[in-house]
Ligand binder design. Structure first.
Ligand code: XMP
Length: 316
């Protein structure tokens, strides 16, 4: 594709001109925007880039390894930090959704700052800001910001970076096209959005390591099932929610009293509104059996048939 190739060349030249011989810091979330930006910057400035991926312990199964395997071979100087002790410690006993987001936002900045000091000094901070983000923040606190989003937060004065935002004029589809040219694997390139706070807002109530482990296994069965049945790309987002509901079931001759998990999949153009995805019954049946057979902590699976509004996509 000539146009996308041309855009890539231009973006690389712009970055090189702006950054010169300065050092660039980038936060990696595991999503398509920051991963693509990492690849672009590695091409443009090589080792001057330090990409930092903070693992808060609330990622999906294998996610951290996938990001490492996608970026390192393509020359990204990637630092991976296991900060799960700090994050989960700070979240201990917290059940309010907004409180969870605030704590994760705060811990994220703390961890990011620490890495910035360790590998710096950095003159530049790169961000994968897209054109719609520019519009949205110009519009202020709209309906889209009903839930506080703490992905990028205020950094202290002494870490006063100059911003590098090569995707400021681009839409998501264009970034996906650039990602393809730069060699980002499809499983990341075409990935559904995943919230910054991760599984924290998909475990209703207080978070424990055991609950994270349960949800990771359920989520993996659901998402890999969607891929296997070619349904992943027909939905805009799909997720599993671990509820605090325990109910009675039966397993062999034994009565069980275990958790209920909710599956949710939606179609959506812009995530401001969404319709529940009409997944085939046979598929739901297969997934339900796999979950209860493989995840013994779960004895009941329900499917969320609410659209947005009035429900949101996430349950917290
Ligand atoms: P809701 O649940 O409000 O979500 O319908 C709309 C989209 O935003 C994502 N989302 C978040 N993303 N930090 C994020 O980075 C958050 O705190 C957050 N909350 C919701 C959600 O996954 C969906 O794609």
């Amino acid at each position: 594709d000539w146009t996308a190739e041309h855009i890539v060349e231009e973006l690389i030249a712009d970055v090189q001109e702006k950054v010169g011989s300065g050092k660039v810091l980038l936060g990696i979330s595991g999503g398509v925007d920051s991963s693509t930006l990492a690849l672009l910057l590695a091409r443009a400035v090589g080792e001057q880039l330090t990409a930092v991926f903070i693992d808060h312990g609330l990622l999906r199964l294998g996610e951290r390894e996938q990001v490492e395997q996608a970026l390192r071979p393509l020359g990204v100087n990637l630092v991976v930090v296991d900060a799960s002790e700090e994050f989960l410690g700070a979240l201990d006993g917290v059940s309010d959704p907004e409180q969870k987001r605030k704590i994760i936002g705060r811990e994220f900045i703390r961890a990011f700052e620490r890495e910035a000091r360790k590998y710096g000094p950095f003159e530049f901070l790169a961000q994968g800001t897209l054109y719609p983000d520019v519009i949205e923040s110009a519009g202020g606190e709209g309906a889209a910001n009903i839930k506080s989003h703490h992905n990028v937060g205020g950094l202290p004065e002494d870490l006063a970076f100059k911003l590098v935002e090569p995707f400021r004029t681009l839409f998501k589809d264009e970034v996906r096209e650039i990602a393809r040219l730069l060699g980002l694997p499809d499983h990341i390139r075409l990935r559904h959005p995943f919230p910054g706070p991760g599984l924290a807002i998909r475990i209703l109530g207080a978070i424990t390591r055991e609950k994270i482990d349960i949800l990771q296994r359920v989520d993996d069965i659901f998402i890999s099932g969607l891929r296997e049945y070619d349904l992943y790309n027909q939905t805009a987002q799909a997720l599993a929610v671990l509820t605090p509901i325990q109910s009675v079931g039966v397993m062999g001759d034994e009565r069980t009293y275990s958790y209920t998990v909710a599956l949710r999949a939606v179609t959506s153009a812009d995530f401001m509104t969404a319709e529940w995805a009409h997944l085939p019954y046979d598929f739901l049946s297969t997934i339900s059996s796999r979950i209860v057979n493989h995840v013994h902590e779960i004895n009941r699976v329900v499917y969320d048939i609410t659209s947005k509004p009035p429900a949101t996509i996430e349950w917290e």
